[in-house]
Design a protein. Structure first.
Length: 147
């Protein structure tokens, strides 16, 4: 099976730092893949929160994850500080991609690149919804915030 290659938009919108904890490790004593998924989920939620949104309320609509890909490039261990850059792009009628580049701060090394596809949904109607124009405008404003 060919390896996946994840490309992320080059416009980081948000940056988060996170120390790798003991509970994030697996039996090989490096960062567990399920912990990385949780870390990326937290980065996505913090980026939305920085914009004044929640995953369940972006101009009255919610976000639903449609796909998720992670390309690991290096190990990470307990007490490593991860720097997670979050970018948004590849807009379609109903959604967009949220990209992540995770670096090990001490080594200046990419730990992984990841991408989450999301669509907007009207939860009350159980229907897909168009990307709110105001959301796209806010995302396209240049800014990198650090949490």
């Amino acid at each position: 099976m060919p390896r996946i290659k994840v490309s992320t938009p080059d416009n980081p919108r948000f940056r988060m730092e996170r120390k790798v904890g003991i509970s994030d490790l697996n039996y090989a004593k490096h960062l567990d893949s399920t912990a990385m998924v949780a870390i990326l989920h937290e980065a996505r939620l913090q980026m939305l929160g920085d914009l004044g949104f929640t995953e369940g309320n972006i101009y009255g609509l919610g976000l639903v994850v449609t796909d998720f890909a992670i390309e690991y490039r290096a190990e990470s261990f307990a007490n490593d500080t991860l720097i997670i850059d979050v970018s948004v792009g590849e807009f379609t009628r109903y959604g967009c991609d949220i990209g992540f580049t995770v670096n090990n701060a001490a080594l200046d090394q990419i730990v992984c690149k990841a991408k989450v596809g999301v669509v907007f949904m009207d939860f009350d109607k159980h229907q897909l919804a168009d990307v709110p124009a105001a959301f796209k405008t806010r995302i396209e404003m240049p800014q990198v915030r650090v949490a």
